[in-house]
Design a protein. Structure first.
Lengths: 118, 164
């Protein structure tokens, strides 16, 4: 996924209604009019949200007969989630090490410097 | 499990992580401000950090480098924006030789740390990291600093539950 696309993904997912739409169409493809029945907002507003999601690559539209069906793109959602997840892991690991430091105060001398060239 | 919660915010590109630590805030404060303690946990074991300067004053800077498996060095810096011992600290965290000479095109992270004493005499530590753009986050994570992957989290959770 290219970087601009990632910004679009995060912006698209920042909206609760759009997250709800993605959730629905990941489970089952749906036309915009079917989707619109779930929300208090207008058909046009739902259509606009779908367009934002489409530009972010989170959903795709497919023509089926006279209908346009919206379908979720699982891979795009996973890429976005993974990015934040990796940063979360970095911090989880840091906090694990921080706890070790707290648990072993006796090693807090200047000799505790990491050995870079063992 | 020391980490109580992690809250990614896709709207403002931040991650807030809350952990409970078995030491009072005054002690946890020192693992942040004492460079010899800080370098024992800041970098991953494969890229240990060495702080050559750690000027813990508002406007003060830190300089450090991380040493990779092949002996390669990655230089980084902090600049302290706010300090309230032992309750909170706020700093910028970037790459390059110094805040005056940051590596071009490299991310700068805004970090805020809060330390609150718990009834049992421990510390609830809240670390909030925010990025300017998703590109910055991507760059940081592509630098070999990540230590694995998870998929389960906050706002994205509700979307992902539909995928499983």
């Amino acid at each position: 996924m290219v970087v601009d696309q990632l910004d679009r993904v995060f912006a698209a997912l920042a909206d609760g209604n759009r997250r709800d739409i993605v959730t629905r169409v990941l489970q089952q493809e749906a036309s915009v009019s079917t989707l619109a029945q779930n929300y208090a907002m207008s058909f046009a507003a739902v259509q606009k949200h779908v367009s934002v999601l489409e530009r972010a690559g989170l959903v795709r539209k497919e023509r089926r007969g006279r209908e346009q069906l919206v379908r979720g793109d699982v891979d795009s959602v996973r890429v976005a989630a993974r990015l934040l997840g990796r940063y979360e892991d970095l911090w989880r690991a840091r906090i694990g090490r921080l706890e070790d430091v707290l648990a072993h105060p006796l090693e807090e001398t200047h000799d505790a410097r990491p050995q870079h060239h063992p | 499990m020391p980490v109580l919660s992690t809250t990614p915010d896709t709207a403002d590109l931040s991650l807030t992580i809350v952990a409970e630590l078995a030491a009072p805030p005054s002690r946890v404060w020192h693992v942040w401000v004492d460079p010899r303690q800080l370098e024992r946990w800041w970098g991953p074991p494969t890229w240990p950090a060495t702080f050559v300067q750690h000027d813990v004053t508002v406007g003060g800077t830190s300089r450090y480098y991380m040493t990779g498996p092949e002996g390669e060095k990655a230089h980084g810096w902090w600049r302290f924006l706010a300090l309230d011992e032992p309750n909170s600290l706020e700093f910028e965290d970037g790459f390059g030789d110094s805040p005056e000479q940051p590596s071009e095109g490299m991310p700068t992270i805004h970090g805020r740390v809060e330390l609150a004493e718990t009834p049992g005499g421990g510390t609830r530590m809240t670390v909030r990291s925010s990025f300017d753009t998703a590109e910055q986050m991507e760059q940081l994570l592509s630098m070999g600093m990540d230590e694995g992957m998870t998929l389960a989290m906050g706002q994205l959770d509700e979307v992902l539950h539909a995928v499983v």
